[in-house]
Design a protein around this ligand. Structure first.
Ligand SMILES: Cc1cc2nc3c(=O)[nH]c(=O)nc-3n(C[C@H](O)[C@H](O)[C@H](O)COP(=O)(O)OP(=O)(O)OC[C@H]3O[C@@H](n4cnc5c(N)ncnc54)[C@H](O)[C@@H]3O)c2cc1C
Length: 320
């Protein structure tokens, strides 16, 4: 297997999801990384820490806007020149666009929404959840290059023992149409903590919070813990919290170190988005709530009584 991973960056940071895919690929064999954008060369050594033996760098200020087409040109050249037979992506809006464009350009098969991959008798086998995420099915590729897009949070972004990587400059030729889209405006969502994709701690709120304004309970606990706020679809649909925070089958899939569920019943569609969290703590007034079946620590009680006290305790501990 000769694998290359598209490593996405935002500002000066490589995205945790891509680093997780890189670290996973390094377990299966030699892996290279591709970095594309303005000023990305300085990030190349970071990719090496996650197992990349080679880092292909296409550094060009005109590539800074997060647009897919020019990235497809760069990746197509890297794959063809490097003889790569496997190209892996961590899902994001940008990565999904690039993967689709690259599949069309290379006439390659793309398996998407994978949560794992393994090498079996020399063949690459992907794992994809199906039937509302209740089962995992094996998927494969008939031809090379094999393209795969993984769900966010599928792999732990833990540095490997990887040392130095060979840094290789890429000078790609761009198709005429690749330069025709332009970013005309850029708005940054204001948020004080980490994003839910990157957070080690998530405090998620459900309908049990009782009213939209009670989300301050989740926000204050998240702030005290240094985490991010998540939400169930029930509260997102009710307009209590933005869709960007929705966790579950039709939202984001997360795997933080700690997941605190406040007033969440634990429906299967929510569970599939957070079940791989390291430690799950649930507070729910119903002792029979399904969430207790997959929690590491369950507290039967009213969120309005427990959460303010918990937040106070966390603040005291952190202050001490
Ligand atoms: C196709 C499909 C896709 C879906 N996708 C998603 C998805 O991506 N994410 C998602 O979350 N859901 C999704 N759902 C919806 C899902 O089935 C549930 O309806 C939803 O997760 C329930 O949200 P909840 O736990 O906030 O609300 P509820 O199920 O209403 O649970 C509220 C919980 O709060 C507890 N509670 C009430 N008051 C208090 C209190 N004062 N203190 C403590 N506990 C209290 C209750 O005991 C209850 O267990 C999807 C459904 C479908 C059909």
């Amino acid at each position: 297997m000769n694998t290359v991973v598209f490593v996405e960056h935002h500002g000066n940071e490589l995205q945790k999801g891509s680093l997780g895919v890189l670290a996973k690929a390094a377990q299966l064999g030699d892996v290279s990384a591709v970095l594309i954008g303005g000023g990305v060369k300085s990030l190349a050594s970071e990719a090496a820490k996650y197992g990349a033996k080679k880092v292909h760098v296409a550094e060009d200020d005109s590539l800074e806007p997060p647009l897919p087409q020019a990235r497809v040109d760069v990746l197509a050249k890297v794959v063809q020149d490097g003889g790569y037979d496997t190209v892996l992506f961590a899902n994001s809006v940008l990565a999904a666009d690039i993967a689709a464009g690259l599949a069309a350009r290379l006439d390659a098969g793309l398996n998407w929404d994978l949560v794992d991959v393994e090498s079996r008798d020399g063949n690459l086998v992907g794992k994809r959840p199906a039937l509302q995420d209740s089962v995992l099915v094996d998927v494969g590729w008939k031809t090379t290059p094999r393209l795969a897009l993984f769900r966010a949070g599928s792999f732990d972004a833990a540095p490997t023992d990887g040392g130095e990587a060979e840094i290789l400059d890429v000078s790609a030729e761009f198709e005429e149409h690749s330069r025709s889209a332009k970013v005309v405006d850029h708005e940054q969502e204001q948020s004080s903590g980490p994003s839910i994709e990157d957070a080690d701690i998530i405090v998620a709120g459900g309908r049990g919070l009782g009213a939209p304004e009670n989300f301050t309970l989740a926000e204050e606990l998240a702030r005290a813990l240094g985490g991010a706020v998540g939400a169930t679809r029930a509260v997102v649909d009710a307009g209590w919290y933005p869709y960007a925070a929705q966790i579950g089958q039709t939202g984001k899939v997360v795997s933080p170190k700690l997941y605190v569920a406040l007033g969440i019943s634990g429906a299967i569609q929510h569970k599939v988005g957070m079940q791989s969290s390291n430690v799950i703590v649930a507070i729910n007034k119903d002792a029979n709530a399904p969430i207790f079946e997959f929690s590491d620590l369950g507290v039967v009680g009213d969120v309005h009584e427990i959460v303010p006290k918990l937040t106070e305790l966390v603040k005291q501990r952190k202050g001490a």
